[in-house]
Write a protein that binds this ligand. Structure first.
Ligand code: ADP
Ligand code: ZN
Length: 208
């Protein structure tokens, strides 16, 4: 199955995508993780992307489209994948339609007031992409790979508001875009993690 995870920043896309991918044995393709790794490694793409990300803006469409097109070409994507954080604009969705066949779009729905709180308390592992919240963190290191957890620069309060604005202006139109194509599955992202996980498997028609 080729699946898209849609939803505002902080809705839990990354967390749920990681778990659903483990359950289904397919790769998670997070454009945010790929870009952050590129920044850390100071690749040409990373250098180009950094200013946009730090400002809470979107990286230009052509940059992320090229990243995703190359990634989906790899062998491990043949049996399916989850796109986490892509597409984020209508032009990205239109480009994707030219090189991929999407089976389902999962939209995690969370109100803005909850998002601000989630994002400002979020800590991430820059090595494997796992995310945590300060209110429930038991250690300063990642449970999965042991690397130190850090606050993303773009999770600082000023940038969070700009990211939410960008979401409403540029990404939210994809909800009706995929609804019109009969691919949309809306899940209440304010529920408990386990409940959301089961609801996603259920709506995708996957038996555990
Ligand atoms: P979140 O969903 O929490 O905002 P991501 O890790 O998905 O976090 O994205 C972080 C940042 O990376 C975005 O704010 C944006 O600058 C950039 N980015 C990620 N994916 C895309 C995309 N598909 N198009 C443009 N920019 C992107
Ligand atoms: Zn990790």
């Amino acid at each position: 199955m080729n699946i898209i995870f849609l939803g505002p920043p902080g809705a839990g896309k990354g967390t749920q995508a990681q778990r659903i991918c483990e359950a289904l044995g397919i790769p998670q393709i997070s454009t945010g993780d790929i870009l952050r790794r590129a920044i850390k490694e100071e690749t040409p793409t990373g250098l180009k992307a950094k200013a946009y990300i730090d400002a809470g803006k979107l990286v230009p469409d052509e940059v992320v489209i090229d990243i995703v097109r190359d990634r989906l070409d790899q062998e491990d994507c043949k049996a399916g994948y989850i796109l986490d954080g892509f597409p984020r604009t209508v032009p990205q969705a239109e480009a994707l339609a030219d090189f991929a066949r999407i089976d389902a779009v999962v939209d995690l729905d969370v109100a803005d007031e909850n998002l601000v709180q989630r994002l400002s308390g979020r800590r991430v592992c820059l090595n494997c992409g796992a995310t945590y919240h300060v209110s429930t963190m038991k250690s300063d290191c990642c449970n999965h790979c042991g690397q130190a957890l850090v606050q993303r620069d773009d999770d600082k309060p000023e940038t969070v508001l700009s990211r939410l604005k960008v979401y409403h202006e540029q990404t939210a139109p994809l909800v009706s875009y995929y609804q019109d194509k009969n691919l949309l599955h809306v899940i209440d992202g304010a529920q408990q993690k386990e409940v959301i996980f089961d609801a996603i498997l259920n709506t995708l028609g996957v038996k555990q």
